[in-house]
Design a protein around this ligand. Structure first.
Ligand SMILES: [Mg+2]
Length: 140
């Protein structure tokens, strides 16, 4: 069973092989991704009636494939992207703010967003994250 990075490379090789047939520009891939998300949503509704999970899994695989092809197209490493985004989201929506503590979910989210903005938001986070990467790479 290949690991995630091997699957990512397979998707890239397949896109390269089919370059003459597939439209692999970012906008075409994003459009196709949205179409697959709609198919996933349709299949989830059908699955609620039929109880069959596999058709949902097949549509989810289509979504993942297009997302990986878009990563290839844009030169992003999908694992790096997920690590980076999860870092940002865990800081923007920390557990201590996301516990309801008598608040509605929307009130908890609003409190987290207000706190994030007060800390400098995405700009401050991106500077800190970049410094972290430089430090980790031993370039400072
Ligand atoms: Mg599909």
């Amino acid at each position: 069973m290949p690991d995630f990075r091997e699957v990512y490379e397979q998707v890239g090789k397949m896109a390269e092989t089919r370059r003459d047939v597939w439209q692999d520009d970012a906008f075409s891939l994003a459009q196709a991704l949205m179409g697959e998300v709609q198919e996933l949503q349709d299949q989830l509704q059908e699955s609620a009636v039929t109880g069959e999970a596999m058709p949902v899994g097949l549509e989810l695989a289509d979504v993942l494939n297009y997302a990986l092809r878009l990563c290839h197209c844009m030169g992003f490493d999908p694992v790096d992207l997920l690590v980076m985004k999860n870092d940002r989201n865990s800081r923007k929506f920390p557990d201590f703010l996301m516990s309801k503590n008598g608040r509605t979910p929307q009130e908890a989210i609003t409190a987290a967003k207000k706190s994030w903005k007060a800390m400098g938001g995405d700009i401050a986070w991106s500077h800190a994250y970049t410094e972290h990467l430089v430090h980790e790479a031993g370039e400072d």
